[in-house]
Design a binder for this molecule. Structure first.
Ligand code: ADP
Length: 487
């Protein structure tokens, strides 16, 4: 099969979140399964500086808008790990310091920027190769399925292509004024409640989800959750209406980067068979966080996270005093919303011998926490997939998580009677339930034999991209088969 990935971010070129990791890792794994994969990305200024002097695959591709045409150059990014990369160049739209907008905000012309990208990709493939399947990601590329089923529905080559959309986080939808319909030269028939209209806005993610032949999201549980009002952010009706075509495929992780047996960023390497190195990692972590005085018998609870309301720290702040009453120390790394940063800073100031916080993005320190902590805390309100809990398993750092999305799919509750399970979960999102899960972890920590079994249970897990890639290929096959058939 031939597959075109269209994404707004992709490691190692441009990243703001987990989508970039997926777009970076999955294509090469699909190639290994015998398929041909091409990845298209916008040529952001940061990508331009990485690529150097551009070499053009196509000099000019025309993308029409209501009052004017725009033109894209298609830059050949070469082949890496068997994957062909192309970059869509349009300096006036993409030569900007950020991908989506300044400091968490949006550029005012994002509808035009990403619709342009989508249509330029479609036009480019007419010359460089139309695939069997377009695999698009999140709202930014949601217009590809829409264009395929409208503007290009009679195109001799593109009309045969299927499309798959992956929803990485349904909270981000790309909602714009109704006039976007006309600006993008789409027929007004698409601006209805069962197509792209959502609360009188033109909604990119809704359009992509309605028109794609198959839908995926990044865990089985999240696939269920986004069909409910609590997690669907208004799109639950669309998603549940297409449930027969929706699959939850857990992201893989990069064990070349995240493996305590080989990790160069940690004080000592260790394996499930020989855990001695983890003691050195714990000492190293405590030193890095100025917590040297913490006793060997006191468990260290680690946090590495964007400090966003999604991540559940309102529960932690609610429990501040209660947690200090426990025998535990906290090492926290993250940046994000000022209110959450403020809570962690003041918590650390009040209890400096028990809580230490580093407000920054620091990959090496993230590795130190994964390796050196005993327990990893991830109480996210919602979590489409989540990576840190999966890293934690591999490092023998026992996760305490809210049973949502990928957290629920990847962590099994410890069962002391038959000694199965890999962590501790709480089902109801409230402080008491979180405290219950933390208390179970602290009680189990006291039993050294049980704890070692629990650590090893987690370390044996393997969430590889190979497994995920095989599942995606099945979805591509289904999309090809189903393209154009009524549901
Ligand atoms: P999300 O994509 O919602 O941020 P994930 O758990 O899927 O959450 O992925 C987060 C990734 O970002 C992980 O690789 C994690 O190690 C990294 N990360 C987040 N915050 C920091 C930080 N302050 N310093 C270093 N790495 C961080």
């Amino acid at each position: 099969m031939r597959i075109v990935f269209a994404a707004s971010e992709c490691v190692p070129f441009a990243k703001t979140g987990g989508l970039a990791d997926v777009a970076g890792a999955l294509p090469a794994k699909v190639v290994r399964l015998g398929h041909k994969v091409t990845v298209y990305l916008p040529l952001y200024s940061r990508v331009r500086s990485l690529l150097g002097e551009p070499s053009y695959a196509l000099r000019s591709v025309t993308v029409p808008f209501r009052y004017y045409n725009r033109f894209a150059g298609i830059v050949d990014g070469g082949i890496r790990a068997g994957v062909q990369y192309y970059f869509v160049e349009c300096p006036e739209l993409f030569d900007r310091p950020e991908l989506y907008g300044p400091a968490g905000g949006d550029y005012p012309d994002n509808a035009e920027r990403f619709a342009f990208f989508c249509r330029a990709v479609l036009e480019a493939t007419k010359i460089l190769g139309v695939p069997d399947v377009f695999h698009v990601h999140d709202w930014q590329t949601g217009m590809i399925p829409v264009y395929l089923k409208t503007v290009y529905s009679a195109d001799p080559v593109l009309s045969h292509a299927a499309s798959v959309i992956t929803i990485h986080n349904i909270a981000y939808q790309g909602a714009f004024p109704p006039v976007t319909t006309e600006d993008l030269l789409l027929p007004w028939e698409v601006f209805t409640m069962d197509r792209v209209e959502q609360f009188d806005c033109f909604n990119f993610l809704k359009g992509g989800s309605v028109f794609a032949d198959m839908l995926t999201t990044v865990s089985r549980k999240y696939a269920e959750e986004i069909q409910t009002p609590e997690f669907g952010w208004g799109l639950e009706g669309v998603v549940s209406g297409r449930a027969a075509r929706l699959r939850g495929i857990l992201n893989g992780v990069d064990y070349d980067q995240w493996n305590p047996a080989t990790d160069r960023l940690i004080a000592a390497n260790y394996t499930p068979q020989d855990l001695t190195g983890k003691r050195a990692c714990r000492r190293d972590l405590l030193t890095a966080f100025g917590l040297d005085q913490v006793a060997d018998t006191t468990p260290v609870i680690g946090i590495v996270s964007r400090l966003a309301s999604q991540k559940g720290f309102d529960l932690v702040s609610h429990l501040g005093e209660e947690l200090i009453a426990r025998d535990a120390a906290f090492a926290v790394l993250g940046t994000g919303e000022p209110a959450i940063e403020g809570f962690f800073r003041s918590w650390a100031e009040r209890y400096p011998d028990r809580v230490s916080v580093r407000i920054r993005y620091d990959d090496a320190l993230a590795h130190k926490i994964e390796a050196g902590a005993d327990i990893f805390l991830m109480p996210s309100r919602y979590e489409p997939c989540g990576l840190n809990q999966i890293y934690s398993l591999k490092y023998g750092t026992v996760p305490v998580v809210h049973a949502t999305g990928g957290l629920d799919d990847t962590i099994d509750e410890w069962n002391p009677s038959n000694r199965t399970g890999s962590g501790f979960k709480f089902a109801v999102y409230d402080p008491a339930a979180l405290l219950g899960a933390i208390d179970r972890s602290l009680a189990t920590f006291k039993n050294k034999i049980a704890w070692q079994i629990l650590m090893r249970n987690g370390m044996e897990h393997n969430f590889s991209w190979e497994t995920a890639a095989a599942e995606y290929v099945k979805v591509y096959e289904e999309a090809v088969e189903l393209a154009g058939t009524p549901e």
